[in-house]
Design a protein around this ligand. Structure first.
Ligand code: FAD
Ligand code: FES
Ligand code: MG
Length: 294
């Protein structure tokens, strides 16, 4: 048995995959809302990923990852069952404050669907009436619906193309839930910044407390580099140590989105470089194979 061994893997779609990793101490310590910093190999960059689930008895944590760039694609390629991650640090961040709200709406879209799960379960364990709203592009990309149904009193699925549930964005699901339950005490939303902005804008007129989990660029995850600076009202906070959860009605989402685009050119270059290397490796393997056959 090696450290940080991948004990199971599930591919939900071409871009979304789940890794279950052995780490008994992390599984014991993890709380909803926390994240880890992962390094695939010694030369690899550090990337933050939310602990989407943990199993204290098995001693494992679960990450659900969207392959969006070089590191997440390389992990998709190389993180097979039986292999290990080079480094896994955490749990990091302030655990999500699981309040004593009586009725909670948990909203997840895109890469936020998995991270909203431990929050929904946490609220359910606290005795709340939990309504889940999860959003996907189409029905083929839906995952964990059974897991959500097990901890939600109601589940609203939204798809962009209407192939399952409500046709439209998660904000349509939020409005439907608020119409049926005008007594919702709290909304928790996780997903891409533009989605969380939309959720906060939707709940603002109803004055419902809305917590979001921010995903700025992170490097060390310990409050030292300043990379994860976010503007919350008139204050500057570091999402890795002060968050990642904040009051969505106070977040400057435009600043967050601008900062997330700072290294787009370098990220593109890193991805192209890695893809070229993969292509060359494949070509060499094919020519060796045909030489051997010949
Ligand atoms: P790149 O091409 O390098 O980057 C693609 C985009 O990802 C960038 O434009 C930028 O917006 C973002 N990004 C790049 N580097 C970082 C970084 N070091 N930190 C944060 N964002 C970055 N993704 C998941 O799929 N599942 C999760 O559970 C998850 N949880 C997260 C929790 C937190 C607290 C944060 C801050 C981010 C989380 N992310 C999660 C986002 C994930 O870290 C990025 O998608 C990943 O770092 C992209 O790396 P890349 O090399 O594949 O892509
Ligand atoms: Fe460096 Fe937060 S990631 S300060
Ligand atoms: Mg990267």
């Amino acid at each position: 048995m090696t450290n940080f061994e991948i004990v199971s893997r599930e591919d939900f779609s071409d871009v979304t995959y789940l890794l279950e990793i052995r780490h008994p101490m992390m599984a014991k310590a993890a709380k909803p809302g926390q994240f880890v910093i992962v390094m695939l190999n010694e030369q690899g960059e550090r990337i933050p990923l939310t602990i989407a689930d943990f199993d204290r008895e098995k001693g494992t944590i679960t990450l659900v990852i969207q392959a969006v760039g070089k590191t997440t694609r390389q992990m998709q390629h190389e993180c097979l069952v039986g292999t290990s991650l080079y480094a896994l640090v955490g749990p990091m961040g302030v655990p999500s404050p699981i309040s004593h709200a009586k009725k909670v709406l948990c909203v997840g879209g895109g890469l936020g669907v998995a991270p909203i799960f431990p929050q929904a379960r946490g609220h359910k364990e606290n005795g709340a009436y939990v309504i889940g709203v999860v959003g996907f592009r189409n029905k083929d990309l839906v995952f964990w619906d059974e897991k959500f149904r097990a901890c939600c009193d109601e589940l609203i699925i939204c798809t962009d193309d209407g192939s399952l549930g409500i046709k439209g964005l998660v904000t349509a699901g939020i409005l439907q839930a608020i119409e049926k339950h005008p007594d919702i005490d709290e909304v928790v939303a996780i997903g891409p910044p533009i989605m969380m902005k939309g959720c906060a804008d939707t709940t603002r007129p109803f004055k419902i407390k809305t917590m979001v989990s921010l995903n700025p660029l992170m490097v060390d995850g310990t409050g030292m580099c300043g990379g994860c600076r976010v503007k919350i009202g008139d204050q500057v906070k570091f999402a890795c140590v002060d968050g990642p959860d904040f009051d969505g009605h106070q977040v400057d989402f435009d600043d967050l989105m601008l900062r997330l685009r700072r290294y787009t050119k370098k990220e593109r270059k890193a991805l192209d470089h890695w893809e070229n290397k993969c292509r060359l490796k494949k070509d060499v393997e094919v020519s060796i194979e045909s030489a051997n056959l010949g």
